[in-house]
Every structure is written in C-alpha cells, then in structure tokens.
Design a protein around this ligand. Structure first.
Ligand code: ADP
Ligand code: ZN
Length: 619
C-alpha cells in the first residue's frame, strides 16, 4: 500500500482552491461546495442538499483527487456515470464506472485497475453491490470516501424510493465505515433525517443550499376545465420569444393529446387568419413529445432534436428530464399537477439554467389530483400514506398566499436563502391575492357573501363545480334532484360569467375563507375565518334544514343501518360511516349504479346493501 501513497500529495498541499482552478478550471466555489469539500477532507460525514446543476459532483470529485484511497460513488444512472467518467478522464483523473452495460474486456480492465489501486474514483450502480465477488473486490480496495448520489432514493419519504439503496448502509459498514458524503437535490428535513439514519451518518455536516432560483418566475393558474388548461397553455407558449419550452403531463395519453393539439394550433397559426394571435416565434414552434412508451431509438432522437433546438416545445412525462441540462429552456408548464413538491421543483427547475429569466407555470385543475391519487393506489399500500402526504403538500402549494419561491425554500429547509426574503417575481409577489372579502366594491362584496353563504349551507357536501353551478343558477338534473334550486343562494350570481365565479371561489380558497377537503372527491367547506366573515350578516342555516327532507332521509338510512348491522352482528359503522350516510342522503342516488359513485361504498358493500339503500332513497 505504501507505493500507492507515494502517488498522492502530502496533506499539507491539500489545497482545494488550487485544485479547483488548476484541475477543474473553475475560478470560484459555488455556494455550499467549499463547506462540503472541507468537511469531507477533514473526514467528517456530510449530507449535502443542493439543487440539480449546482455542482454536487465536485464535492466528491475534488476531494477524490486530493486524498489517498478510492472514492466509491454510488449512482443510479448509467448515462450520468458515463458522462462524469469521461469528463474526469479528459482531465487526466483516473476514474471508472462499473455497471451492467460494460463489455467483458471493459469489465476486466476495471477489475484490474481496482486491484492495482490505480483508480481514484469508481462509480457503481447500487444493484452491483449485491454480487459477492464484487463485494470481495471492494473490500480489498481501500475506500477512503463513500459518496452516495441521489441519496433521497434511500427514503420512503423521498419521491423516488429505490429498494437497492437500502443495502448501502450495510455496504458502508462492510467497508469499515469510511467517511460518507450523501448528496441529493431534493430532501425535506424528514428525508434528510432518514438518509442520515439509513446510511449511519455520524453527526453529519448538513449543507443545504442554493435552492433559490432568482431568475425563475413561478405561477399557478387555476383552471376549471381541460379546455381552460389548454388555452392557458397556448397563452403561456405565445409569450415564449426564443429558446424552448417543456410541457409536463402526468400520463402518456395526455402527452400525446396535448402534443397533437399543439401541433394543430401551430400549423393553424401559419394561416393569416390566426397569424396575429401568436408571436412570430410561437407560430414557428415545432412540437415533439416524449414518454417511456416510445422505443429507445425514437426517444434518443427526440432528445437530440430538443437539445439541438429543432423541437422547440417538448411535451413529456416525467420520464424526460433526468440529466437534461439544456440552458435555454424559457418555460416549463405543468399541464397536470405532479405528485410532490420535490418532483415539481425539480421539473420546473429545468427552466432558465442559463440564469436568464424563465417561467414555470402550473396549470391547476383540481380534478387532476385524481390522476395522482390513482398512481398512489397503484403504488402498493406500504407507501400510500407517505405519497398521499406528499401530494397534500403539493396541492397546498397551489393556494399559498405568500411568495411561491419562499414556499419552496421553506419546504427544503434552506434557511439562509429564506432569510433573503420574497422573490418579487412570482404571481403572489406581483399580484397578491385580493380576497374580495374586504372588497370595497359593494357588488363584489355581495358576491363574496353569496359564495360563503352557499358553501356554508351545503356544509361540505359538494365541490366547487357544483357550488358554482348553483350560484350561477344552472338547472341540471343533479341540481333539481337534490332540490338545490330551492336554496337561497341559487342563481344569486346569475349575471356573472361562470369562470368569474370559479375565480372568486379560488380566491376565497387562497385567502383562507374556504378550504378544500378530500383529495379524491374534493368538497368545499367554510373555514372559521369565512364563518366569522359571515357572522352578523345573515344567520347560517343549519346543515340539515338547508336541504328539504335531508334529515328525514338520513334518519331512515340510519334505521336501515341499525337493522343491517344487527342482522350481521357487526357495529353499525362497519356497515356505513355516518359520513357515507350523509352523502347518500344529500346526493339521493336513484340507482345502485349511482350509489356506487359515492365514496366509501366499495363493490362488496354495493352488492350486499345497494338495493336496500336505493329502496329507502326512492321511498
Ligand atoms: P449536480 O450534480 O448538482 O446536478 P453537476 O455536479 O453535474 O451538478 O454540475 C453541474 C455543472 O456545474 C457542471 O457542468 C459542472 O462542471 C459545473 N460546476 C460545478 N462546480 C462549479 C463551479 N464551482 N464553478 C463553475 N461551474 C461549476
Ligand atoms: Zn415571490
């Protein structure tokens, strides 16, 4: 081992600044890099949370060139490994990657280099670690730094949990617990704690930094329908003057639909009739799409065309992005709400890498939350609660009242950046939500009262769409069957346009007068703040008298439940929750099929009790 040590500089020349300039060719460290590197060189465990593109790799690459021994880098993406290894080799640094894509001779070469102690850095995919012979090989090497990239993959609380990562703690112990550097672009304090525990970090230095993206303008646009989303998307694209745009959708189906619809628009806009609507650049926008269902060749081609600028607007699922580093993305639109703020910030953060102004627009149609709910159901039960919580935080973001950038800094725990205050660019900073509740305009004030009153009367039984319908005076089948047209608020905002009423409802949610309950079947409820706003104006109708016969039906349903429960020898709530009964009483399903649409009634219950319940309703 002694001949190997001779190859390395004595510790007195551990000069990160010099190395930064001479070997890596950079003049300054970026925020967080110096702290992380100095701690690593001092043998301390480090947990670094820095956004993508900030320069995490340098935090292990630079120490690897200054200290003896091997730096083992765990990384999940073969493509990224290759890029880094190539870049390091170009600088004359002995680096290699070990993964399933190597030919036999390449593999032998790496093993040979490793045995002879010739490597400074070795990149390994986590699944490699399962192989015994490979472990033996690693144990015989001297690992002086254990670097784990994408460390959030070790946590169930992260948005990209990978079971292979769970072995890393044991691997580290087998290697005599070398100092560990865990790196990630997205880790909430909870995920950080999880990483530290699972990797066995000892009093790690936490470097959380660089989450502010001062050139990005974040905004959320509430949309009441798919059509509204699409026109908002067109609008956003029309403002793109140069560079390119990414449109993220939650499903492959949406990707293809949106891409097709956009190509039509961009073709149509070449005809004189539409030409004036879009900017010159927008009318030339070439549209492409990308998702995991395309074959490898096509994906590679689309990727290449996007990078080269031949595709200006790329519609994609989240399969597109890992390792994308296109500097001039001017706009990232989320056509569907993502599953977590981590995912959102990472995807939106692909805008404006060049530091020039760029926009990140989230088109928020509440119904889209159901798609995410569906993904959660598919994901298997173990993680479902966690994912639901992540989704809840994502949805909560859409209605924060303060600066969007601050909301992200809070979420990621970047205290230093938070202290620097709001961004001054986002929709909240530029156009603070006016509640309307304090509006001086008497007409608007009356409208606010009407909305609050109607929501209060309906007592958490309906979502925004139905409320808007009632206020607007829509006589749909549902409305008449539920006798909503007999309510005081019915048609009170008849003179308003429906989107305007939707907008008012959204503002009242955003400013805390109303709140949305339930992800899958969201209903509107009035908050304490909203209720006190109403206080002293008109007395609130108690929930059960607002709908004629409601209480009566509820009673009859309860009697049925008591009867059924006694018959089966179970507690009444096993048959139906009160909440479910109330929903049945208010929605009055006329058939078993309609009953099946009420949350809380699965197929088994439907079959067992469905007919009897419907009989009671129709009595
Ligand atoms: P991350 O892993 O955080 O996404 P990378 O390590 O891939 O980011 O670095 C992103 C880019 O920033 C790379 O091109 C890298 O060479 C560059 N970079 C890293 N550190 C610095 C620095 N101190 N000064 C200038 N460029 C840097
Ligand atoms: Zn702001």
């Amino acid at each position: 081992m002694s001949d190997r040590l001779d190859l390395f500089p004595p510790s007195s020349s551990l000069d990160p600044d010099r190395q930064l300039r001479h070997l890596f060719g950079f003049t300054d460290f970026r925020p967080g890099q110096r702290e992380a590197i100095e701690a690593v060189l001092a043998g301390r465990d480090v947990l670094a949370v820095m956004p993508t593109g900030q320069g995490k790799s340098l935090c292990f690459q630079l120490p690897a060139t200054l200290q003896p021994g091997l730096t083992l880098v765990i990384s999940p993406l073969i493509a990224l490994m290759k890029d880094q290894v190539d870049a390091l080799r170009a600088k004359g640094i002995a680096a290699a990657a070990f993964h399933s894509g190597l030919s036999e001779s390449e593999r032998d070469r790496v093993v040979q280099d490793l045995k002879l102690g010739r490597l400074r850095l070795l990149y390994v995919a986590p699944e490699r670690v399962q192989h015994d012979w490979f472990m033996r090989l690693l144990r015989s090497a001297w690992v002086s730094l254990f670097a784990v990239d994408e460390a959030h993959c070790i946590s169930h609380w992260g948005h990209d949990f990978r079971p292979d990562y769970l072995r890393l703690g044991a691997l580290r112990r087998e290697l005599q617990s070398p100092p560990c550097l865990a790196l990630t672009a997205t880790a909430t304090p909870m995920v950080q704690a999880d990483i530290a525990e699972k990797l066995g970090l000892r009093d790690p230095l936490r470097v959380v930094t660089g989450f502010r993206r001062p050139n990005l303008r974040f905004s959320v646009q509430p949309c009441g329908s798919t059509a509204e989303k699409f026109s908002a998307l067109e609008q956003a694209l029309a403002e793109v003057q140069d560079g390119s745009a990414i449109v993220y959708c939650a499903t492959r189906k949406h990707v293809e639909e949106v891409a097709v619809a956009l190509s039509r628009v961009s073709l149509a806009s070449r005809t004189p009739r539409h030409a004036s609507r879009l900017t010159p650049h927008a009318s030339r926008l070439s549209v492409g799409y990308y998702h995991a269902g395309l074959d490898d060749d096509l994906r590679a081609k689309v990727h290449e065309q996007f990078l080269s600028g031949r595709i200006a607007v790329l519609v994609a699922t989240n399969a597109f992005g890992m390792g994308i580093d296109k500097p001039d993305v001017r706009l990232v639109v989320h056509y569907d709400v993502p599953g977590s703020l981590e995912a959102y910030y990472q995807e939106a953060g692909r805008a404006g890498r060049d530091g020039r102004p760029a926009s990140c627009v989230l088109l928020f149609h509440r119904q889209d939350v159901r798609t995410q709910e569906y993904f959660i159901k598919q994901s298997g039960n173990e993680q479902a609660d966690t994912l639901r919580e992540l989704l809840r935080r994502m949805v909560a973001y859409t209605s924060v009242e303060t600066c969007r950038q601050l909301a992200f800094l809070d979420y990621f725990g970047d205290i230093d950046e938070r202290a620097l205050g709001p961004c001054g660019r986002c929709d909240r900073c530029l156009d603070p939500p006016t509640t309307g509740a304090t509006a001086t305009d008497p007409e608007e004030h009356a409208a606010v009262q009407a909305v609050l009153h109607t929501v209060a009367c309906l007592h958490g039984r309906f979502g925004a769409t139905r409320i808007v319908e009632v206020l607007h005076g829509g006589l749909s089948k549902q409305v008449t069957r539920l006798r909503l047209h007999t309510m005081a608020g019915f048609g009170q905002l008849r003179s308003w346009r429906r989107p305007a009423i939707t907008g008012l409802v959204q503002r009242l949610i955003a400013s805390g007068y109303l709140r949305v309950e339930g992800l899958e079947f969201p209903v509107l409820e009035i908050t304490a703040k909203g209720a006190s706003m109403l206080d002293g104006k008109e007395p609130l109708l108690p929930s059960s008298s607002s709908l004629p016969n409601d209480a009566d039906l509820f009673e009859r349903l309860r009697r049925l439940r008591t009867h059924l429960a006694a018959e089966e020898g179970v507690a009444p709530f096993v048959v139906f929750h009160d909440k479910t009964l109330r929903l049945i009483a208010s929605r009055r399903p006329a058939s078993v099929a309609e009953l099946g649409e009420i949350p809380g009634i699965g197929p088994a219950k439907l079959e067992r009790y469905g007919r009897k319940v419907v009989e009671i309703v129709n009595e």
